[in-house]
Design a protein around this ligand. Sequence first.
Ligand code: UT7
Length: 330
Amino acid sequence: MKITAAITGVGGYVPDYVLTNQELEQLVDTNDEWIMTRTGIKERRILKGKDQGASVMGIKAVKQLLEKTNTDPTEVDLLICATVTPDMLFPATANIISNGAGITKAFSYDMNAACSSFLYALATGAQFIQSGLHKKVVIVGADKMSAIVDYSDRANCILFGDGAAAVLLEPNTDGYGVLDQVLCTDGSGEAYLHQKAGGSRRPPSAETLANREHFIYQEGATVFKFAVKSMADVAAQVMARQHLSHDDVAWLVPHQANKRIIDATAHRMGVGPEKVMLNIQRYGNTTSATIPLCLWDYEKQLHKGDNLILAAFGGGFTWGAMHVKWAYNS
Ligand code: UT7
């Protein structure tokens, strides 16, 4: 009998502090109208406080997930943390989250595919379930984007926010869960979206600090063009492979980078706005957390058997889409 990896629960966490467009107007030359029409973002959440990393939010999201699903933390076999803002380069933030959530009998590691990290991690975790090797796998997307955002760069500081959300994967033999995915990488995209320093090529130095090289560098218009085409292409490809018409799709669960990119993807798939998960207006782009935060926000509206198309595009370039058949009513 074929084993699939079903999502059997969702947990999430966003920090309390709300950074509004009005507050950003005080920091840089921008305005609410420009931000709303160009991106669809109204506000984002920011993790405040000294020595607070992405793991702080990841632990809260995973603890909620384990409580909601009545899962004993010691039964978890594997935890993968999708993140571009790990607490530190090593050890993995996944280890810190496991420790904080009482997950003591699992192995854990981080996965970085920029804004596609969650999709890559979900696809990877699903393999461990499908192979029959593991019974409980946690995938958590956690990013503290405020740690690498330059709040004097008006093109980028308006986009990003902090948050975390997690899903539990368990074996299913009735055809629910992760059914197909197409994942793509084009390394030539490095030029347009990256963080210049802090890694082994340009370790931190007085020069990298002075040049503000530890912040996100993005050529927005170029990334936008690639994102619109790639996310729509790959979503349509998964639908075709799975013989899904727009009527068969219950929900598009898109990475939340820009409402205009989301609208273009939905248009290409032929699905109306009522089928598109959207929370960019409240959280902005939380990178690895956008897709699971959508599932967290919309969980009550999901029904067993719903066909979901998850789609993402991010730095790397990385992009992909996935077909998930929802496994439960909440
Ligand atoms: O999730 C990872 C992948 N990332 C993405 O998917 C992001 C993709 N890119 C985007 O979403 C959009 O390119 C942005 C939202 C970043 C920018 O929107 P845009 O429509 O591409 O604007 P632009 O960069 O072409 O800039 C248009 C104008 C420029 O002024 P000039 O040169 O025409 O005078 C910018 O300087 O808008 C100006 N501008 C702003 N004005 C007010 C840029 N940022 C701002 C701002 N407020 N915050």
